[in-house]
Design a binder for this molecule. Structure first.
Ligand code: GLU
Length: 467
């Protein structure tokens, strides 16, 4: 049997795929790729009241978007935890037969009453030596040994837990179903997992799980608990407060390579000064030992800046291909986009957007039959005393100039200088007449691309509107 490492990602499909989960998945994926190991995807779907198949599909789809492709030779799964309930129960029964677990008939209320009376929180081991047999309503509890449990964590170092702070925890509920802790360990054992890399919130489970690994006759895996992601107030990212769904960022036009790069560098940095690094370099350099212990700030502004950088790194053709679906889904496109026109727009917009969702409203005026005039923009720019003059002048000048960028610009410059104005001022009404807005891609380039007839028509329309 190969001794290559086996990593796993074990999400519970109970909601939108969280960016923190995405980071954990990427860590595992990067490690599996570098070490020639395997990435196992296990869907922990045992909480029937909270699971749904859509969430599972969402996870698989989001992983594929991030490049964690279920068709890759290093990818194994998905496995579904709910298919292995038999193995979970069997493992618990083995522990009982070996004397490492025992049945207990106390109800949760009775456990609480006893704790209150004794002043010691938690279950007091009441049934440890009562020799109870299995019966409906009885829970199976693990007999926590004396001593200490030392967890060797690749991120956090050695963490020691005194066993007397850990109660004899439940393995099987009163209805016979296994609890998460047990299912998770049994699956990891069965799937021959060598490295458990997961969110920090599972650290308190780890001593219990390590005891279970040993009790079931196996050396525990290497553990690594990665720090939580926090918001600007240093509070743990939560779906109630923060934008945490990967899907939302994707729908917003964040590129997959940006998301991968950004998530990987939260709490970890590649060597050198650059922050924008390709996946291949991340895979080569990423080490759990270098992951920071403290919570990592998920900074949306920084993510946007990263995205702008990644957009700038694309070739024109790549950028056009990335924009195309966004334009095709804009209501005015009818699902089709003139590829030749888009190719000409690329140099104007690639340097100006931070996310793909901005593209459609930036270039719509090229595709629409007339300028989509915004009322505020109109009021703000068309009330200047020279607005009408500049439009009339441009209408006539553009009718006879040579159709080059320089000549188009010279038309407006001549008017501007003759009136002793500034180009920024005189551009404004022309921009609104042509594009409908006060901001957008460079004006003279836009006029050149739009063409002589269409530009003149838009200027004339604006003059007519001014009356
Ligand atoms: N299913 C657990 C979760 O989504 C993960 C447990 C683990 O990684 O061990 O939080």
């Amino acid at each position: 049997m190969s001794d290559a490492p086996r990593y796993r990602f074990a999400p519970s499909p109970t909601g939108y795929f969280h960016v923190g989960g995405a980071r954990t998945a990427l860590y595992n994926w990067a490690l599996a790729l570098r070490t020639g190991g395997t990435f196992v995807l296990r869907i922990e779907d045992t909480d029937e009241s909270r699971n749904s198949p859509e969430w599972t599909d969402g996870i698989i789809d989001a992983l594929a978007w991030l490049g964690i492709d279920s068709g890759h030779p290093r990818f194994e799964g998905p496995y579904f935890q709910s298919h292995y309930a038999g193995a979970h129960v069997a493992a618990a029964m083995r522990l009982f037969e070996a004397g490492l677990a025992y049945w207990c008939d106390l109800t949760p209320e009775q456990v609480q009453e006893r704790a209150k009376a004794s002043g010691r929180p938690g279950y007091d081991g009441h049934s440890r030596d009562r020799g109870l047999e299995q019966a409906p309503g009885r829970v199976l509890r693990f007999r926590v040994p004396e001593g200490t449990t030392e967890v060797a964590d690749l991120v956090r170092g050695r963490v020691e837990f005194a066993n007397d702070t850990i109660e004899d925890f439940v393995l099987l509920r009163g209805n016979g179903t296994p609890i998460f802790l047990l299912a998770n360990v049994v699956d990891d054992i069965e799937m021959r997992i060598t490295h458990v890399v997961r969110a920090e919130e599972h650290l308190p489970n780890t001593p219990k799980q390590q005891m279970l690994w040993r009790a079931l006759g196996h050396a525990p895996p290497a553990w690594a608990h990665v720090p939580v992601l926090v918001n600007e107030q240093r509070k743990k990212l939560s779906k109630r407060r923060d934008k945490v769904a990967l899907e939302q960022y994707r729908a917003d036009g964040i590129l997959a390579p940006t998301m991968v790069n950004y998530l990987m560098t939260l709490g970890w940095a590649p060597g050198g000064d650059e922050e924008i690094v390709p996946w291949t370099r991340i895979v080569e350099e990423f080490r759990l030992e270098d992951v920071n212990h403290s919570p990592a700030f998920f900074d949306e502004k920084k993510l946007l800046a990263f995205n702008g950088d990644h957009i700038r790194m694309m070739t024109g053709a790549e950028f056009a291909a990335a924009c195309a679906p966004w334009l095709e889904s804009a209501p005015w496109s009818g699902g089709r986009i003139d590829a030749g026109l888009l190719a000409r727009l690329v140099p104007l917009i690639q340097t100006r957007v931070a996310r793909l969702s901005e593209v459609a409203s930036m270039v719509d005026f090229f595709f629409l039959p007339s300028a989509p005039v915004d009322d505020d923009a109109w009021t703000k720019t068309m009330s200047s005393e020279f607005a009408r003059d500049v439009l009339v002048e441009m209408e006539s000048a553009l009718g006879s100039c040579r159709w080059t960028l320089e000549e188009i610009k010279a038309c407006l410059e001549r008017f501007t200088e003759a009136r002793g104005l500034k180009l920024g001022k005189t551009q404004a009404p022309v921009r609104v007449a042509i594009t409908g807005r006060t901001v957008g891609p460079p004006l003279f380039d836009s006029i050149e691309i739009l063409g002589r007839d269409e530009s003149i028509r838009r200027l004339a329309t604006a003059v007519a509107r001014l009356g």
